[in-house]
Design a protein around this ligand. Structure first.
Ligand SMILES: NC(=O)c1ccc[n+]([C@@H]2O[C@H](COP(=O)([O-])OP(=O)(O)OC[C@H]3O[C@@H](n4cnc5c(N)ncnc54)[C@H](OP(=O)(O)O)[C@@H]3O)[C@@H](O)[C@H]2O)c1
Length: 369
């Protein structure tokens, strides 16, 4: 009886301590937005936000960054918007907030990743780039007039025949598509590949990349995008408003899933016995607001060891070498970015709101004057 009572009180004390810790962590969670009171000495325009929510995004003058010895200073000419950005704007799934993004307020007040622009200055250790080079890639805070990426990270030379808008579209969506097809799907010549969500940012690149690997590609999209997906090289297009791909008779070697709107068992049914299912997408801003795709990720991990089919998620890893592969594909005409709409830097909130609707056709681009 005594042990039972001790255990009961231990649980209560631990629960109370966790509650107090959470409350303190929540109310002390802040960012440096309110501390930046002095006018910047070398101002540049950038999108900043001090609290979660689209209505809190502002275009403000902040201090222009200075490259350190390993960085380059890039004058941004175009940026692009990804679902990644709205995850940070909305702070969803909410579990992200506890994983370091900021419990009550976003820790990082800057937004945007994908950029293309012109190198203005280089750090003293940088040998890969020089002032005047046209480059593209990814760096946090890209919704701004300038960014300072590290020269040996996610930045590469932009081919001369590719516009800044096209190049700015590539980093997250293009890298995701390439690594899904090549590294996770291990797509081989002649294999049947199904791409669910073929008309979005990732999907439009994935269709073209899978085709360049010699696959027989089936793209899934709505009626208005059927012609677009076919024009990108898809051999077959399934209009999801008329037909459910999971109920069809066709079997696939690889499924790239940008829109996890079918259960894993439905996906397994149309996968060959040794096929691969690659989970890419995590759903929209209103899907599973607390844990987002984590439930499905755990299910794939638990299931995978017990079956012959390979089920797994992917996390894109932006890097110089893969950006260079994608640049070569664009230069040679093997791949292009499909640009749906362009917005000005001041219109980033509208651009993100549009992407949040979940029906962009290819990429949404920000032009920076
Ligand atoms: N794991 C990673 O490393 C990684 C990296 C990048 C992106 N992602 C995730 O991958 C997903 C896709 O990213 P994205 O940039 O391609 O997003 P996106 O551009 O916003 O995708 C929009 C597209 O989704 C299509 N779609 C919506 N509902 C659909 C449905 N029921 N069936 C088929 N297609 C449907 C839309 O086509 P219609 O207009 O025809 O409906 C639209 O073209 C997102 O969840 C994103 O967070 C993950």
């Amino acid at each position: 009886m005594k042990i039972k009572r001790i255990l009961k009180w231990s649980v209560i004390v631990i629960a109370l301590a966790l509650l107090v810790w959470f409350q303190i962590a929540y109310w002390t969670s802040t960012n440096d937005y309110d501390r930046q009171t002095a006018a910047p000495n070398h101002p540049m325009k950038a999108i900043v936000y001090s609290d979660y929510g689209l209505s809190n995004l502002k275009l403000e003058n902040i201090e222009k960054p200075t490259p350190n010895d390993d960085q380059i200073l890039v004058k941004v000419r175009a940026a692009s918007v990804n679902p990644y950005d709205w995850h940070f704007v909305e702070g969803t799934p909410k579990i992200m907030r506890a994983m370091g993004v900021g419990l009550r307020k976003p820790k990082d007040t800057r937004l945007g990743v994908d950029f293309a622009g012109t190198v203005e200055a280089v750090g003293k250790n940088v040998t890969q780039f020089k002032p005047g080079d046209e480059v593209f890639g990814g760096r946090g805070g890209a919704f701004a007039e300038y960014v300072c990426p590290r020269a040996n990270r996610a930045v590469a030379l932009k081919p001369a025949n590719v516009t800044f808008e096209q190049a700015a579209s590539v980093n997250i969506a293009g890298i995701t598509a390439l690594q899904a097809v090549r590294d996770k799907g291990k797509v081989q010549q002649g294999q049947k590949v199904l791409i669910n969500g073929a008309s979005g940012g990732v999907g439009t690149f994935a269709v073209q990349i899978a085709k360049s690997f010699g696959a027989d590609v089936t793209g899934v999209c709505s009626t208005r995008n059927v012609d677009l997906v076919r024009s990108l090289g898809a051999d077959h297009v399934i209009d999801y408003t008329k037909e459910d791909f999971a109920k069809g008779a066709e079997r696939y070697d690889v499924i790239l899933d940008n829109v996890p709107n079918h259960s894993l068992s439905e996906c397994r049914r149309i996968l060959n016995p040794n096929g691969k299912y690659v989970l890419i997408g995590g759903g929209g801003p209103n899907d599973s607001r607390w844990i987002g795709p984590f439930g499905r990720i755990i299910k794939t991990m638990v299931l995978s060891p017990f079956i012959n089919q390979q089920m797994g998620m992917m996390m894109a890893d932006a890097n110089h070498d893969d950006l260079t592969i994608l640049a070569d594909m664009m230069q040679s005409g093997k791949m292009k970015a499909v640009i749906d709409r362009t917005y000005k830097l001041s219109e980033v909130p509208a651009a993100i709101a549009y992407l949040e609707e979940g029906h962009a056709r290819g990429k949404v681009v920000i032009t920076v004057e």
